[in-house]
Design a protein around this ligand. Structure first.
Ligand code: 5GP
Ligand code: ZN
Length: 116
């Protein structure tokens, strides 16, 4: 399942280049083009779902795979022990700009709370 005009479907298809850091049969992780922390990686399912709720509603374990892949990225980046933030911006007011679900793996510096 992919959408013709979806940026992240195009990255999954190899039509737009990205710095890929991790891949499984069902997920892809690549560096954010505008990093907000020393580690800023986006983890996506290869199938197109618009947001985290739609991914979870599909109920076939893919949401689990995305979260497991995010942790594998954090381990690979050396931030799993120190701590990292896994963010799924959902909807415009939360700052979602790409409507292909993606988890932001952020780490490598102290992250403040509450978020901006
Ligand atoms: P959102 O705002 O939807 O939660 O996150 C979208 C993220 O995608 C942003 O952090 C933005 O920097 C990143 N992004 C936008 N366009 C590209 C691109 O072409 N390549 C990569 N690697 N990241 C992108
Ligand atoms: Zn897509």
């Amino acid at each position: 399942m992919s959408e013709a005009d979806c940026l992240f479907c195009k990255i999954v298809a190899g039509e737009i280049p990205a710095k890929i850091v991790h891949e499984t049969d069902r997920t892809l992780a690549f560096r954010d083009v505008n990093p907000q922390a020393p580690t800023h990686v986006l983890v996506v399912p290869k199938e197109h779902y618009p947001d985290a709720a739609a991914l979870a509603a599909a109920d076939h374990g893919l949401a689990d795979d995305v979260i497991k892949a995010a942790h594998a990225v954090a381990e690979q980046e050396g931030v799993a022990a120190s701590g990292y933030r896994l963010v799924f911006n959902t909807g415009a007011e939360a700052g979602q700009t790409v409507f292909h679900v993606h988890g932001h793996v952020l780490g490598g510096r102290g992250l403040t709370w509450p978020p901006g």
